[in-house]
Design a protein around this ligand. Structure first.
Ligand SMILES: [Mg+2]
Length: 398
């Protein structure tokens, strides 16, 4: 089963997503994906990865990961390089599943559960279309499907949103109400009045639905330790399920300081790439819940290893997705498989919206749970229409 071509697919409307398709001499095609800086990642895939893979047996998935990792570690490969390697790894596992005739979760060793609980990350349909740090263009701010403007909803009417989610069977929601107060202090400080304003959506949720809703608090890495501790103290009476990335995971010992200062579990981090960074978090006792992103951290095999490292520390594992459909589906396979998977991130505005415009099959989702697709590999393909769109860019290496 020789690799004959590496193809990248970029659809302009979904500017941050890069798909990778690996073609083989059997006619089977594996599908992978990654997110952020797609041009740079595409260049890396065609310049470095394609020549290392073409002509090789697609089934030697783990050997390819190691060859790509070893060849690129000299670049300091936790950025674009690891995104590219992740996309390729997902595509290779997809191929392996197809040739074995098994869905990915079976290939990984089978199911630890029939279904995985979802939490709703309260983003709107167009959230994360822009590039972090770069002001958005006018056309990127247009309103998408207004039924699921969950960011606007948690900001202004978190009580109604919590009730609506519960009515759909969704019993956990992630919000980031302190982000607007990073402002002038650049995360070095937060005033008590701003803390009160940030708490408002949390209070509304508890007043409306009591403890029936789990609340995950996202910090996007904006805060320094003293401000993060002040926020954590204020949140304690509301018993959030976790605090995520209130400080960056770049210094695990600083994160451990926050963990020691609060009873709220610390979750981190989708920004910690590869098992080597995950190890730093675990060795510093910095997290209660270990999170990773399948298409950033190195792919399927690397995520399984990271989950096993969390299991070794008697900690639960969670997989991130607020990005693209392949990431979401691959994460669900992992969450079905990994015995210590806790809950799976999801964005209802995405899986009921544009994910279906990009891929042929999505997981069954009901009552706040997801089931893994039963098709072979990851169980989905890119929709044919994408290849004739005027904003689609294809690049092929043979
Ligand atoms: Mg996050």
């Amino acid at each position: 089963m020789k690799i004959t071509q590496i193809e990248t697919v970029h659809v302009g409307e979904f500017a941050n997503i890069l798909f990778v398709r690996i073609h083989t001499d059997t006619g089977l095609i594996g599908l992978g994906e990654t997110y952020y800086t797609p041009e740079a990642t595409r260049a890396f895939i065609h310049e470095v990865c394609a020549p290392m893979l073409i002509g090789h047996d697609a089934r030697d998935v783990e050997a390819h990961w190691r060859r790509l990792y070893d060849a690129t570690h000299v670049y300091g490969n936790r950025g674009n390089e690891m995104r590219g390697i992740s996309a390729i790894d997902v595509a290779l596992w997809d191929l392996l599943g197809q040739v074995a005739g098994l869905p990915l979760y079976r290939l990984l060793g089978g199911a630890a559960r029939e279904r995985i609980q979802l939490y709703n990350t309260c983003a709107g349909p167009l959230y994360a279309r822009g590039i972090p740090g770069v002001p958005r263009k006018e056309q990127d701010l247009r309103v998408g499907d207004s039924r699921y403007e969950d960011l606007e909803a948690f900001t202004h009417r978190a009580d109604e949103l919590a009730k609506e989610l519960l009515s759909e069977g969704i019993r956990a929601m992630k919000i980031w109400p302190f982000d607007p107060y990073v402002g002038e202090s650049q995360g070095n400080y937060i005033s008590y009045p701003d803390i009160e304003r940030g708490l408002e959506p949390v209070r509304k949720i508890r007043d409306a639905v009591g403890m029936d809703m789990e609340i995950m608090m996202e910090g996007h890495g904006y805060w320094k330790v003293p401000a993060a501790i002040r926020i954590a103290e204020a949140l304690e009476p509301y018993k959030p399920m976790w605090l995520e990335d209130f400080i960056k995971p770049d210094n695990p010992h600083a994160l451990a300081e926050l963990r020691n200062a609060t009873s709220i579990p610390i979750c981190g981090s989708e920004l910690a790439l590869t098992r080597y960074h995950a190890r730093e978090l675990l060795e510093a006792n910095a997290v209660d819940i270990l999170m990773t992103d399948v298409t950033w951290t190195g792919g399927i095999g690397e995520s399984k290893r990271i989950a096993a490292m969390a299991e070794t520390a008697n900690l639960p594992f969670v997989a991130h997705d607020c990005t693209g459909p392949v990431t979401f589906i691959a994460s669900i396979h992992l969450s079905i498989h990994c015995p210590n998977a806790l809950i799976q991130e999801s964005v209802r505005a995405y899986y009921r919206g544009f994910y279906g415009d990009l891929v042929t099959d999505l997981p069954r989702i009901e009552d706040g749970y997801a089931w893994a697709p039963e098709g072979t590999g990851i169980g989905t393909r890119l929709r044919e229409e994408l290849f004739s769109r005027s904003d689609t860019t294809l690049r092929e290496s043979t």
